[in-house]
Design a protein around this ligand. Structure first.
Ligand code: ADP
Ligand code: MG
Length: 476
């Protein structure tokens, strides 16, 4: 029998707020343990939660960005369970009436466009953290994270391969970053994915028994974990066995999944409406206001870059990976009036510079106007391509105007025939053998001779003119 994988993903995203969901404590990664706590997030008797409107606004924005219907009224519920990182003994979440439902996320696969339906988007609070390596032979609790605002995003079981699951997660993260609802930092746990997976005979319509893999916090992790779980389930099914519904823990270092607990049924949590909070109300106007304030999303932006600027899908895709890159590119293009040149420079020398320095384009030390002016000076022949790359480095280090730097540092390209001819003559004299080979038609040696002239000119000669002169010189 051949099996088909069926995958649904649940993603927890930390909202980019300054304060917790139900109290005024700071949300801050990496502080000393247990400094951002108060009676509310510690669950002390008598402490009452109060909603942080900033978190609600970000959750509404998230729902809208994912194409969900966002409701004017949703309901807080208690999800009861015991765990040492949950001092209240319950998590405040949303259950039967979530903030939003019925969205969709599109993504690219090797074989074309695909999409996943989003079943629901709801708000909830995060738990604290157990630290296993802080104190020898003990596990200790850090409650700084307790009460941090989250949205949980739940997909329908629409995915069919680990590669698609990864691609979906990439597209989701990109969208969340575009709308600035989360920093989506997977290492710091701002975006965590649980993968639900079952197998069924190819062609079957009903779903098989699923397992849920928790603790996946990287793109490659989700792909690897799913491959391993598909192999495990397939082996059991091929052997005539049945899959046990359970929760598995992903161990990224060992590249393995292991059983965490047999899965609780829904009833084990004893969900009931949260008595300390009224239903969450968001006005229709504020939802529509939020919708109108959504920025252009990644895919429409990519399509526009192709249509308006005539870029290839590949170029448009690279340039829309982040909103910051797309904004930068658009700013350069607008000033320069040449999208193709702008894209070459942003994707080429600028990206190389940023990678080399480990700087994000959002904090690029060279402003779009400066890069645009520099490219303009290459275009009109004032400076050579190779010198311009040096100027770019100087701009990054020292700032300033490209034209001034080119002038002051002697980067102005030499295009004067007399000077260029002198260099060409010198090079031919120094390399008679190569010159003779070029004369006999070995055109590939031309590059070497042009290179020699460039060297002699310390990079300032106009290579195109040098090439012309060289060929003219050697022509019979
Ligand atoms: P649970 O109650 O275990 O959390 P849900 O029905 O709420 O299960 O679904 C949780 C996630 O699991 C969703 O993303 C859903 O698409 C996915 N899912 C549900 N059933 C299956 C299945 N049989 N195989 C794969 N994924 C599934
Ligand atoms: Mg679940």
């Amino acid at each position: 029998m051949s099996w088909e994988a069926v995958i649904g993903i649940e993603v927890h995203v930390q909202l980019r707020t300054a304060r917790k969901l139900f109290c005024g404590d700071a949300v801050e990664f990496g502080s000393a343990p247990n400094v951002h706590v108060c009676p509310v997030c510690l669950g002390l008797p008598g402490a009452l939660p109060a909603i942080n409107p900033e978190a609600v606004a970000l959750a509404v924005r998230t729902g809208l960005a994912l194409g969900c219907t966002v409701y004017e009224e949703s309901v807080w519920s208690r999800k009861n369970y015991f765990y040492p990182d949950l001092p209240k003994g319950y998590q405040i979440t949303q259950y039967d009436r979530p903030l939003g439902t019925d969205g969709v996320v599109a993504f690219d696969t090797a074989t074309g466009d695909a999409s996943v339906r989003i079943r629901r988007v709801h708000m909830e609070e995060d738990a604290g953290k157990l630290l296993h390596d802080r104190v020898p032979h003990a596990t200790v609790v850090d409650l700084n994270r307790a009460g941090t605002p989250l949205v949980e995003i739940v997909t329908e079981p629409d995915l069919r391969s680990p590669e698609d699951a990864r691609a979906f997660l990439g597209a989701l993260k990109q969208t969340l970053e575009y709308v600035s609802v989360s920093d989506c930092n997977m290492e710091e746990g701002s975006l965590r994915a649980d993968a639900n997976i079952s197998m069924r005979p190819v062609g079957a319509k009903t779903l098989g028994v699923k397992t849920e893999i928790k603790n996946v916090n990287s793109f490659s992790g989700i792909e690897r974990a799913l491959h391993i779980e598909i192999a495990r389930q397939t082996e059991i099914l091929d052997g005539g066995g049945v899959i046990e519904q359970q929760t598995l823990l992903w161990d990224d270092h060992r590249n393995e999944v292991r059983p965490m607990r047999s899965k609780e049924g829904r009833h084990d949590y004893r969900y009931f409406p949260e008595p300390d909070l009224p239903p969450l109300r968001v006005t229709r106007e504020s939802i529509e206001q939020a919708r109108s304030e959504l920025p252009e999303l990644p895919r429409p932006r990519r399509a526009r870059f192709q249509a308006v600027f005539g870029l290839t899908l590949y170029d448009a895709d690279v340039l829309t990976q982040s909103a910051a890159t797309a904004d930068y590119f658009e700013a350069v293009t607008e000033r320069l009036g040449d999208a193709k040149l702008a894209s070459n420079w942003v994707m080429g020398p600028l990206r190389a510079l940023l990678n080399h320095r480990g700087v994000d384009i959002a904090s690029c030390p060279v402003l779009p106007a400066a890069l645009s002016d520099l490219i303009g000076l290459v275009r009109d022949g004032t400076v050579s391509d190779s010198s311009a790359k040096k100027v770019l480095g100087i701009l990054a280090d020292e700032g300033g105007e490209p034209a001034d730097i080119i002038e002051a540092r002697g980067f102005v390209q030499v295009r004067d025939d007399a000077q260029l001819s002198r260099w060409v003559e010198e090079v031919i004299e120094a390399h008679p053998e190569e010159a003779e080979r070029l004369r006999r038609g070995e055109t590939q040696i031309g590059g070497f001779l042009v290179g020699q002239v460039m060297r002699r000119s310390r990079g300032q000669a106009d290579p195109k003119k040098v090439n012309e002169l060289l060929l003219g010189w050697l022509a019979p």
